[in-house]
Design a protein around this ligand. Structure first.
Ligand code: AMP
Ligand code: MG
Length: 326
Protein backbone atom coordinates (compact mmCIF):
# COMPACT_ATOMS: atom_id res chain seq x y z
CA UNK A 1 0.00 0.00 0.00
CA UNK A 2 1.35 3.40 -1.06
CA UNK A 3 0.96 6.67 0.87
CA UNK A 4 2.00 10.25 0.07
CA UNK A 5 2.62 12.25 3.27
CA UNK A 6 2.73 16.04 3.53
CA UNK A 7 4.60 17.81 6.36
CA UNK A 8 4.19 21.57 6.88
CA UNK A 9 3.88 22.33 10.61
CA UNK A 10 6.72 24.86 10.85
CA UNK A 11 9.97 25.54 8.99
CA UNK A 12 9.92 22.52 6.66
CA UNK A 13 7.69 21.62 3.73
CA UNK A 14 8.22 17.90 3.15
CA UNK A 15 6.73 15.21 0.96
CA UNK A 16 7.36 11.53 1.68
CA UNK A 17 6.25 8.47 -0.23
CA UNK A 18 6.03 5.19 1.70
CA UNK A 19 5.31 1.77 0.22
CA UNK A 20 4.33 0.01 3.45
CA UNK A 21 7.57 0.02 5.51
CA UNK A 22 9.77 1.11 2.60
CA UNK A 23 10.69 4.76 2.05
CA UNK A 24 10.44 5.50 -1.70
CA UNK A 25 11.05 9.24 -1.34
CA UNK A 26 11.57 11.84 1.38
CA UNK A 27 12.00 15.31 -0.16
CA UNK A 28 11.95 18.62 1.68
CA UNK A 29 12.64 22.33 1.52
CA UNK A 30 13.26 24.29 4.71
CA UNK A 31 12.54 27.96 5.38
CA UNK A 32 15.60 29.69 6.84
CA UNK A 33 14.79 33.02 8.55
CA UNK A 34 17.11 36.01 8.00
CA UNK A 35 20.15 36.22 10.33
CA UNK A 36 19.06 37.31 13.81
CA UNK A 37 15.39 36.41 13.34
CA UNK A 38 13.24 33.51 14.47
CA UNK A 39 10.60 31.79 12.31
CA UNK A 40 7.80 34.18 11.33
CA UNK A 41 4.78 31.96 10.62
CA UNK A 42 3.49 34.00 7.66
CA UNK A 43 6.93 34.14 6.01
CA UNK A 44 7.38 30.38 6.50
CA UNK A 45 3.93 29.78 4.96
CA UNK A 46 4.84 31.98 1.97
CA UNK A 47 7.95 29.84 1.53
CA UNK A 48 5.84 26.64 1.64
CA UNK A 49 3.42 28.05 -0.93
CA UNK A 50 6.35 28.82 -3.24
CA UNK A 51 7.97 25.38 -2.99
CA UNK A 52 5.21 22.81 -2.46
CA UNK A 53 4.68 21.81 -6.09
CA UNK A 54 8.39 21.45 -6.69
CA UNK A 55 8.90 19.32 -3.54
CA UNK A 56 5.95 17.12 -4.54
CA UNK A 57 7.29 16.67 -8.08
CA UNK A 58 10.75 15.79 -6.75
CA UNK A 59 9.25 13.21 -4.38
CA UNK A 60 7.11 11.60 -7.09
CA UNK A 61 10.07 11.47 -9.47
CA UNK A 62 12.33 9.99 -6.77
CA UNK A 63 9.68 7.37 -5.91
CA UNK A 64 8.95 6.65 -9.57
CA UNK A 65 5.19 6.98 -9.02
CA UNK A 66 2.33 9.20 -10.17
CA UNK A 67 -0.24 10.85 -7.89
CA UNK A 68 -2.93 8.33 -8.81
CA UNK A 69 -0.64 5.39 -7.82
CA UNK A 70 -1.03 6.36 -4.15
CA UNK A 71 -3.69 4.51 -2.15
CA UNK A 72 -3.91 7.16 0.54
CA UNK A 73 -2.74 10.73 1.18
CA UNK A 74 -1.82 11.97 4.67
CA UNK A 75 -1.02 15.44 5.99
CA UNK A 76 0.17 16.97 9.27
CA UNK A 77 -3.02 18.20 10.87
CA UNK A 78 -1.34 19.66 13.96
CA UNK A 79 0.10 20.85 16.23
CA UNK A 80 1.86 23.62 14.37
CA UNK A 81 1.84 27.16 13.03
CA UNK A 82 -1.63 27.76 11.52
CA UNK A 83 -0.51 29.53 8.29
CA UNK A 84 1.98 26.72 7.60
CA UNK A 85 -0.49 23.92 8.41
CA UNK A 86 -2.96 25.55 6.02
CA UNK A 87 -0.55 25.16 3.08
CA UNK A 88 -0.12 21.45 3.83
CA UNK A 89 -3.88 20.94 4.02
CA UNK A 90 -4.40 22.74 0.70
CA UNK A 91 -1.64 20.72 -0.99
CA UNK A 92 -3.15 17.46 0.32
CA UNK A 93 -6.62 18.47 -0.90
CA UNK A 94 -5.22 19.28 -4.36
CA UNK A 95 -3.58 15.85 -4.53
CA UNK A 96 -6.72 13.93 -3.55
CA UNK A 97 -8.82 16.02 -5.94
CA UNK A 98 -6.57 14.62 -8.70
CA UNK A 99 -6.04 11.08 -7.40
CA UNK A 100 -9.33 10.59 -5.54
CA UNK A 101 -7.67 8.87 -2.55
CA UNK A 102 -8.81 8.81 1.10
CA UNK A 103 -7.37 11.75 3.05
CA UNK A 104 -5.92 11.10 6.52
CA UNK A 105 -5.04 13.78 9.08
CA UNK A 106 -2.16 12.85 11.39
CA UNK A 107 -0.66 14.25 14.57
CA UNK A 108 2.85 15.54 13.88
CA UNK A 109 4.32 14.54 17.26
CA UNK A 110 3.00 10.99 16.98
CA UNK A 111 4.47 10.79 13.48
CA UNK A 112 7.90 11.53 15.05
CA UNK A 113 7.32 8.64 17.50
CA UNK A 114 6.09 6.16 14.88
CA UNK A 115 8.89 6.75 12.37
CA UNK A 116 11.30 6.42 15.31
CA UNK A 117 9.74 3.09 16.30
CA UNK A 118 9.93 1.86 12.72
CA UNK A 119 13.64 2.57 12.31
CA UNK A 120 14.84 1.94 15.86
CA UNK A 121 13.10 -1.46 15.95
CA UNK A 122 11.91 -0.67 19.46
CA UNK A 123 8.50 -1.94 20.39
CA UNK A 124 7.15 0.01 23.35
CA UNK A 125 9.67 2.68 24.39
CA UNK A 126 9.59 5.69 26.64
CA UNK A 127 10.16 8.38 24.02
CA UNK A 128 12.05 11.61 24.51
CA UNK A 129 10.65 13.77 21.71
CA UNK A 130 12.80 16.87 21.25
CA UNK A 131 12.18 19.24 18.37
CA UNK A 132 12.06 22.98 17.70
CA UNK A 133 8.69 23.69 19.23
CA UNK A 134 8.07 20.54 21.28
CA UNK A 135 9.72 18.73 24.16
CA UNK A 136 7.81 15.82 25.65
CA UNK A 137 8.51 12.56 27.47
CA UNK A 138 5.91 10.11 26.17
CA UNK A 139 4.93 6.48 26.65
CA UNK A 140 2.08 4.32 25.42
CA UNK A 141 -0.31 3.55 28.27
CA UNK A 142 -4.00 2.56 28.00
CA UNK A 143 -4.45 3.35 24.31
CA UNK A 144 -2.71 6.71 24.06
CA UNK A 145 0.76 8.22 24.07
CA UNK A 146 0.62 9.73 27.55
CA UNK A 147 2.74 12.72 28.36
CA UNK A 148 4.84 12.08 31.48
CA UNK A 149 6.70 15.37 31.32
CA UNK A 150 7.07 18.34 29.01
CA UNK A 151 8.44 21.82 28.66
CA UNK A 152 6.52 24.53 30.44
CA UNK A 153 7.75 27.21 28.02
CA UNK A 154 9.81 26.73 24.83
CA UNK A 155 10.96 23.49 23.20
CA UNK A 156 14.63 22.53 23.61
CA UNK A 157 15.26 23.11 19.86
CA UNK A 158 13.87 26.63 20.06
CA UNK A 159 15.94 27.19 23.21
CA UNK A 160 19.10 26.15 21.33
CA UNK A 161 18.12 28.36 18.37
CA UNK A 162 17.37 31.32 20.65
CA UNK A 163 20.68 30.90 22.45
CA UNK A 164 22.43 30.62 19.07
CA UNK A 165 20.72 33.78 17.83
CA UNK A 166 21.97 35.69 20.88
CA UNK A 167 25.48 34.31 20.32
CA UNK A 168 25.50 35.29 16.63
CA UNK A 169 25.32 31.70 15.33
CA UNK A 170 23.03 31.12 12.32
CA UNK A 171 19.81 29.07 12.12
CA UNK A 172 19.43 26.24 12.96
CA UNK A 173 21.83 26.73 15.85
CA UNK A 174 21.64 23.22 17.38
CA UNK A 175 24.39 21.69 15.20
CA UNK A 176 26.64 24.76 15.65
CA UNK A 177 26.23 24.70 19.43
CA UNK A 178 27.06 20.98 19.40
CA UNK A 179 30.27 21.74 17.48
CA UNK A 180 31.32 24.66 19.73
CA UNK A 181 30.58 22.63 22.88
CA UNK A 182 33.33 20.13 21.99
CA UNK A 183 36.05 22.44 23.33
CA UNK A 184 34.07 23.94 26.21
CA UNK A 185 34.33 23.69 30.00
CA UNK A 186 31.52 23.68 32.52
CA UNK A 187 30.13 26.77 34.23
CA UNK A 188 27.08 26.44 36.42
CA UNK A 189 23.71 27.39 34.90
CA UNK A 190 20.23 27.13 36.49
CA UNK A 191 18.83 23.57 36.41
CA UNK A 192 15.05 23.80 36.08
CA UNK A 193 13.05 20.60 36.56
CA UNK A 194 9.70 21.02 38.34
CA UNK A 195 8.13 17.67 39.13
CA UNK A 196 8.29 15.99 35.72
CA UNK A 197 8.23 19.25 33.73
CA UNK A 198 11.05 21.36 32.38
CA UNK A 199 11.74 25.00 31.64
CA UNK A 200 14.42 26.31 29.27
CA UNK A 201 13.80 29.97 28.58
CA UNK A 202 15.27 31.29 31.84
CA UNK A 203 18.44 29.25 31.26
CA UNK A 204 18.82 30.83 27.81
CA UNK A 205 18.52 34.34 29.30
CA UNK A 206 21.01 33.48 32.06
CA UNK A 207 23.48 31.93 29.59
CA UNK A 208 23.31 35.00 27.34
CA UNK A 209 24.01 37.25 30.36
CA UNK A 210 27.07 35.10 31.13
CA UNK A 211 28.21 35.38 27.50
CA UNK A 212 28.03 39.20 27.76
CA UNK A 213 30.14 39.06 30.92
CA UNK A 214 32.98 37.46 28.97
CA UNK A 215 32.51 33.68 29.33
CA UNK A 216 33.69 32.05 26.08
CA UNK A 217 31.35 30.82 23.35
CA UNK A 218 32.58 27.23 23.80
CA UNK A 219 31.98 27.29 27.57
CA UNK A 220 28.45 28.69 27.13
CA UNK A 221 27.59 26.06 24.50
CA UNK A 222 29.07 23.18 26.53
CA UNK A 223 27.37 24.26 29.76
CA UNK A 224 24.01 24.81 28.11
CA UNK A 225 24.09 21.34 26.56
CA UNK A 226 25.25 19.63 29.76
CA UNK A 227 22.58 21.35 31.85
CA UNK A 228 19.56 21.06 29.55
CA UNK A 229 20.39 17.52 28.37
CA UNK A 230 20.87 16.35 31.98
CA UNK A 231 17.41 17.75 32.76
CA UNK A 232 15.92 15.82 29.83
CA UNK A 233 17.74 12.63 30.82
CA UNK A 234 16.58 12.91 34.44
CA UNK A 235 12.90 13.15 33.51
CA UNK A 236 13.19 10.37 30.91
CA UNK A 237 14.77 8.11 33.54
CA UNK A 238 11.96 8.80 35.99
CA UNK A 239 9.36 7.99 33.28
CA UNK A 240 11.17 4.68 32.68
CA UNK A 241 11.14 3.90 36.40
CA UNK A 242 7.48 4.85 36.73
CA UNK A 243 6.20 2.90 33.72
CA UNK A 244 8.52 -0.09 34.18
CA UNK A 245 9.28 -0.02 30.46
CA UNK A 246 12.65 -1.30 29.26
CA UNK A 247 13.25 0.70 26.05
CA UNK A 248 14.15 4.37 25.50
CA UNK A 249 13.86 6.16 22.20
CA UNK A 250 15.07 9.60 21.13
CA UNK A 251 13.30 11.38 18.26
CA UNK A 252 12.70 14.91 16.85
CA UNK A 253 15.24 17.28 15.26
CA UNK A 254 17.42 17.56 18.39
CA UNK A 255 17.82 13.75 18.39
CA UNK A 256 20.71 14.31 15.96
CA UNK A 257 22.80 15.57 18.88
CA UNK A 258 25.52 13.06 19.80
CA UNK A 259 25.96 14.36 23.34
CA UNK A 260 22.25 13.96 24.11
CA UNK A 261 22.34 10.46 22.59
CA UNK A 262 25.34 9.55 24.75
CA UNK A 263 23.71 10.78 27.97
CA UNK A 264 20.54 8.78 27.32
CA UNK A 265 22.51 5.73 26.30
CA UNK A 266 24.50 5.80 29.55
CA UNK A 267 21.34 6.25 31.61
CA UNK A 268 19.59 3.38 29.78
CA UNK A 269 22.60 1.05 30.09
CA UNK A 270 22.90 1.69 33.83
CA UNK A 271 19.22 0.70 34.24
CA UNK A 272 19.49 -2.36 31.98
CA UNK A 273 17.24 -0.74 29.34
CA UNK A 274 17.69 -0.55 25.57
CA UNK A 275 18.35 2.78 23.86
CA UNK A 276 17.99 3.85 20.25
CA UNK A 277 17.84 7.18 18.43
CA UNK A 278 15.79 7.78 15.29
CA UNK A 279 18.22 8.04 12.32
CA UNK A 280 19.07 11.66 11.49
CA UNK A 281 17.39 11.60 8.08
CA UNK A 282 14.04 10.90 9.73
CA UNK A 283 14.42 12.64 13.09
CA UNK A 284 13.82 16.22 11.90
CA UNK A 285 10.51 17.23 10.30
CA UNK A 286 9.92 15.18 7.15
CA UNK A 287 7.16 13.85 4.91
CA UNK A 288 8.05 10.14 5.24
CA UNK A 289 6.98 10.11 8.90
CA UNK A 290 3.61 11.61 7.93
CA UNK A 291 3.15 9.02 5.18
CA UNK A 292 4.06 6.19 7.59
CA UNK A 293 1.58 7.29 10.28
CA UNK A 294 -0.99 7.90 7.52
CA UNK A 295 -0.65 4.24 6.51
CA UNK A 296 -0.93 2.99 10.10
CA UNK A 297 -4.06 5.08 10.66
CA UNK A 298 -5.63 4.27 7.32
CA UNK A 299 -5.21 0.53 7.92
CA UNK A 300 -6.88 0.97 11.34
CA UNK A 301 -9.56 3.27 9.88
CA UNK A 302 -8.55 6.20 12.11
CA UNK A 303 -9.18 9.80 11.07
CA UNK A 304 -10.05 9.26 7.42
CA UNK A 305 -11.40 12.70 6.49
CA UNK A 306 -13.78 14.04 3.89
CA UNK A 307 -11.67 16.58 1.91
CA UNK A 308 -14.50 19.15 2.06
CA UNK A 309 -14.61 18.90 5.87
CA UNK A 310 -10.89 18.43 6.59
CA UNK A 311 -9.34 21.14 8.74
CA UNK A 312 -6.12 21.87 10.61
CA UNK A 313 -5.74 21.32 14.39
CA UNK A 314 -2.98 23.79 15.40
CA UNK A 315 -3.19 23.04 19.14
CA UNK A 316 -3.83 19.29 19.05
CA UNK A 317 -1.94 17.52 21.86
CA UNK A 318 -0.14 14.20 21.57
CA UNK A 319 -2.32 12.73 24.31
CA UNK A 320 -5.57 13.82 22.58
CA UNK A 321 -5.18 11.05 19.99
CA UNK A 322 -6.40 7.45 20.36
CA UNK A 323 -3.62 5.13 19.22
CA UNK A 324 -5.69 2.33 17.72
CA UNK A 325 -2.87 0.82 15.64
CA UNK A 326 -0.54 -0.32 18.49
P1 AMP B 1 12.37 19.70 14.13
O1 AMP B 1 11.45 20.84 14.55
O2 AMP B 1 11.96 18.38 14.69
O3 AMP B 1 12.63 19.65 12.65
O4 AMP B 1 13.78 20.04 14.80
C1 AMP B 1 14.48 21.22 14.50
C2 AMP B 1 15.39 21.60 15.66
O5 AMP B 1 16.45 20.63 15.77
C3 AMP B 1 16.05 22.94 15.50
O6 AMP B 1 15.75 23.71 16.64
C4 AMP B 1 17.55 22.62 15.45
O7 AMP B 1 18.38 23.60 16.08
C5 AMP B 1 17.62 21.30 16.18
N1 AMP B 1 18.80 20.51 15.82
C6 AMP B 1 19.13 20.00 14.61
N2 AMP B 1 20.32 19.34 14.68
C7 AMP B 1 20.75 19.44 15.98
C8 AMP B 1 21.91 19.00 16.70
N3 AMP B 1 22.90 18.32 16.09
N4 AMP B 1 21.98 19.30 18.01
C9 AMP B 1 21.00 19.97 18.64
N5 AMP B 1 19.90 20.44 18.02
C10 AMP B 1 19.77 20.17 16.71
MG1 MG C 1 8.79 18.30 14.47
Amino acid sequence: MLCIGIESTAHTFGVGVMDNEKVLANEKDTYIPPQGWGIEPVKAAQHHRRVWKDVLQRALRQAGVKIYDADVVAFSQGPGLPPCLQVGLEAAKRIVSEGNQPLVGVNHCIAHIEIGRLFSKLNDPVTLYVSGANTQILAHVSGRYRCFGETMDIGIGNALDKLGRGLGLGFPAGPKIEQEAKSGRYIELPYVVKGMDLSFSGIVTYALTKAKSGISLADICFSFQETSFAMLTEVTERALAHTGKTETMLTGGVAANKRLQAMLETMARERGAKFSACPKEYSGDNGAMIAWLGLLQHKSKINNLKPGKADILPRQRTDDVDVGWM
